[in-house]
Design a protein around this ligand. Structure first.
Ligand code: FAD
Ligand code: UDP
Length: 367
């Protein structure tokens, strides 16, 4: 018998397992992939830590979460400053004074604000109901057309008018010359990659890789006092209220015989016509000086069974389906649901750690 069987060796599962193990609970982690770490997994190739499932930058304003990860890893000083390429021109992200200068030639915050105000008032949207309206209300027509519309529509495979407004609210808008993509107090990349964080979290815990919960569900349920489930919530309930939609990705990794390919960790390609959304050059996350470089082109894909469900698509229709699963999940006495897939939420890593620690607190009744 196990006290906990934890389905998924991603961030939620690993943090929960670590905390339960620390309290002398007998845990088994099962993971369907052939490695731990979930989507944060990094792998050393050509001496470079490759973010195998897309670029992961750790950022948080939560002191407790920052201290928590520092028990296991040290973060470097990486600050995410992606650039956007559109029709051969480079623009800074997030939307800041550098971007406004590049688009309109304005050099002061007053001029930039006046320009955005003029563009905003041309659309006059009181309460945005979709991503397009939200973006137009936030930054106006020019930035929307150059930096948002094409990227968003290929990323999500839907019109911007069919997407929820909150997605674009993730991006800051500033009237300073500050290219830091995040507003958080703390930011960095674990020196040596993310996988060691998971190795440390899972030290001393039994982990079964290449094991799908659903292939032996009955027997796992028999030998566990409780299940911690971090997979897709609709699959857990056998899709009884209908299938939720996800967005998938295809990563094309390439080793190049050059030291420095693009001079930045992330370059977004915001035109609709270019099939990938961004190119990652992994060595720049850790200031690498290796003789070769590794780049990854990230192609968005429609999700179908058997593909990795990277992003929940939080449209109103999907949320109505999700709420039915969530109501049922609330009533479960022996299952804890957590993480991006089980909560069907667009969480960053720091949210997932904070939520896992909350679940631990609830489970073990400690402050
Ligand atoms: P996951 O990492 O998805 O882990 C769930 C695990 O469960 C997986 O390993 C899966 O294989 C396993 N599993 C699922 N079903 C089963 C089953 N039936 N049986 C056994 N195992 C199962 N966050 C940031 O903070 N900063 C970033 O820069 C950032 N960039 C991102 C870029 C991309 C492309 C993506 C997709 C995400 C990004 N994130 C980022 C978000 C981050 O990846 C998540 O917040 C985090 O990984 C969520 O952890 P999790 O445990 O919920 O899920
Ligand atoms: N986005 C955009 N242009 C960009 C970058 C992002 O329009 O150059 C929009 C897009 O809709 C995306 C959202 O902002 O889905 C959130 O971007 P973020 O970089 O946070 O996405 P993630 O890293 O989660 O894929």
């Amino acid at each position: 018998m196990y006290d906990y069987i934890i389905v998924g060796a991603g961030l939620f599962g690993a943090v929960f397992a670590h905390e339960a193990h620390r309290r002398n609970k007998k845990c088994l982690v099962i993971e369907k992939r052939n490695h731990i770490g979930g989507n944060c997994y990094t792998e050393v190739r050509e001496g470079i830590n490759v973010h195998v499932y897309g670029p992961h930058i750790f950022h948080t304003s939560n002191q407790r979460v920052w201290n928590y990860v520092h028990q296991f890893v040290t973060m470097n000083r990486f600050t995410n400053s992606p650039i956007a390429m559109h029709k051969g021109k480079i623009y800074n992200l997030p939307f800041n004074m550098n971007t406004f200068y590049q688009i309109w030639g304005v050099t002061t915050p007053q001029e930039a604000q006046a320009m955005i105000e003029k563009q905003r008032s041309a659309v006059a949207i009181a309460e945005p109901t979709n991503l397009e309206e939200q973006a137009l209300k936030l930054v106006g027509h020019d930035i929307y057309e150059i930096l948002i519309k094409g990227y968003t529509e290929k990323q999500w495979g839907r019109k911007a008018t069919e997407l929820p407004p909150f997605i674009i609210k993730r991006l800051p808008l500033r009237f300073t010359f500050d290219n830091n993509y995040f507003d958080d107090l703390y930011q960095g990349i674990p020196i040596g990659g993310y996988t060691q964080l998971f190795e440390k979290l899972l030290t001393g815990i039994e982990v079964k890789l290449q094991t799908d919960f659903f292939s032996e569900r009955q027997s796992f349920q028999r030998i566990a006092r409780r299940i911690v489930y971090t997979g897709m919530i609709d699959q857990f309930y056998d899709y009884c209220y209908g299938k939720l939609e996800y967005r998938s990705l295809y990563f094309e990794h390439e080793v190049l015989n050059v030291v420095n390919y693009q001079g930045n960790a992330i370059v977004n390609y915001t035109e609709r016509e270019i099939p990938y959304t961004r190119i990652i050059e992994h060595k720049h996350f850790e200031y690498g000086t290796q003789p070769k470089t590794i780049i990854t082109r990230e192609y968005p894909r429609e999700w179908v069974d058997g593909m990795e469900p990277y992003y929940p698509i939080n449209t109103p229709q999907n949320m109505r389906i999700y709420e039915q699963y969530a109501d049922r999940a609330k009533k479960e006495l022996s299952v804890i649901f957590g993480g991006r897939l089980a909560e069907y939420r667009y969480y960053d890593m720091h949210h997932v750690i904070a939520n896992a620690l909350k679940a631990v607190q609830k489970e073990f009744g400690e402050p």
